[in-house]
Design a protein around this ligand. Sequence first.
Ligand code: GLN
Length: 493
Amino acid sequence: MSELTRLTIAEARKKLLVKEISAVELTDAYLAAIDAANPQFNAYVAVTHDIAREQAKASDARIAAGKAGALEGIPLGIKDLFATRGVHTQACSHILDRFKPEYESTVTANLFADGAVMLGKLNMDEFAMGSSNETSYYGPVKNPWRARGSNADLVPGGSSGGSAAAVAAFLAAGATATDTGGSIRQPAAFTGTVGIKPTYGRCSRWGTVAFASSLDQAGPIARDVRDAAILLKSMASVDDKDTTSVDIAVPDYEAALGRPLKGKKIGIPREYRVDGMPDEIEKVWQQGIAWLRDAGAEIVDISLPHTKYALPAYYIVAPAEASSNLARYDGVRYGLRQDGKDILEMYERTRAAGFGTEVKRRILIGTYVLSAGYYDAYYIRAQKVRTLIKRDFEIAFDAGVDAILTPATPSSAFGIADQDMANDPVKMYLNDIFTVTVNMAGLPGIAVPAGLDHKGLPLGLQLIGKAFDEETLFQTAYVIEQAAGRFSPDKWW
Ligand code: GLN
């Protein structure tokens, strides 16, 4: 592995601007690392060598001309959910076979406008449905972390498993990801990386393949808090093409790092202490509380009483929206087509062959909860619960809380093909117990590494903030990072 790939975005940016390194050199170092290691990890489903080199060359020219953008020459991996013009965009589903969009997503367009270089498209759970990256049509991704003294392969989390693994294994300087119920924060926690799901509306959803439109948000996965701040600044924007994007100026998130925590009130929700949670998670949580207190924050106990309904309500709202969003994949407009004797049979055969088991499960659940006779009992009720969950947070913030500290996940990374998870989808769904509430309420949440468990695997803490107050999350996460240090896996690949 080249030393160049070890540079953070902030470090690489400095070296590029003073021409100590070139964007082409940096990009070539990443491409070489990917070519050597991707067969092991399966983190990339498409590597865009030519585009990357072209973009890097253009970056070097802009740097030479004194016209460098905020991310000039920085090589990134892009989750396969983002439409990239002329490039593999399949949400890691068979049903989008060979789909290459005619247009660019707003998030990737923003990154490229700031000078970022695209290394390729990253593996993910099919249509972002999953917590282990195992539902991908392209197969699982390996976590670069292994338990101490073990060779067993672990999942990197999901759905942004490729993004998290690529960043942790030094196969990208940073990555785009998306989070509908935890898909940025859980894989970040499983790989010792930093991931932020911004406020709903902070990043445009235009050109991001839709899963559950009222919950989906794009955000970055990065090696540290500063890099996450740099990436989010470029990704976020208001956008005429997404009416749910919000017209609030994007602040300089980096400027929030290092601000003193004195006077900040951090809420600790008692409902996040769940049955069966390993002691180590509790310990890391207590450690996080101590670090923030030592840094001058005031710690207060809070109650979010509707937390226990968040997961069941999510598994009504998200599949309902998914079943509607995924109706468009019918064999006519994009990707796969399986011919039949008439158009109905063609639809049926295409959808049967094109969607994987988990996606079919979601479509079935979604169609059921939306069907006449059940709509009020399930969907309307879940929407009411959603309002109550949102209100819990509003009450805490109205009482003066600035951010809420919780564990990011109920465990560290588990094994690929873990039988417990494979046999019981609800066990898999429980991975998101601490993260889905945040999507239901539309709030920002950041996962930051806070320590290692007894197996030597990373554990993350989550900070939840007020709407459009990502700055406080970066500020507070930076304090945790300063105290905990940064974590990278021992190289075995
Ligand atoms: N794991 C959750 C699910 O499967 C969340 C996924 C996501 O955030 N995209 O729905």
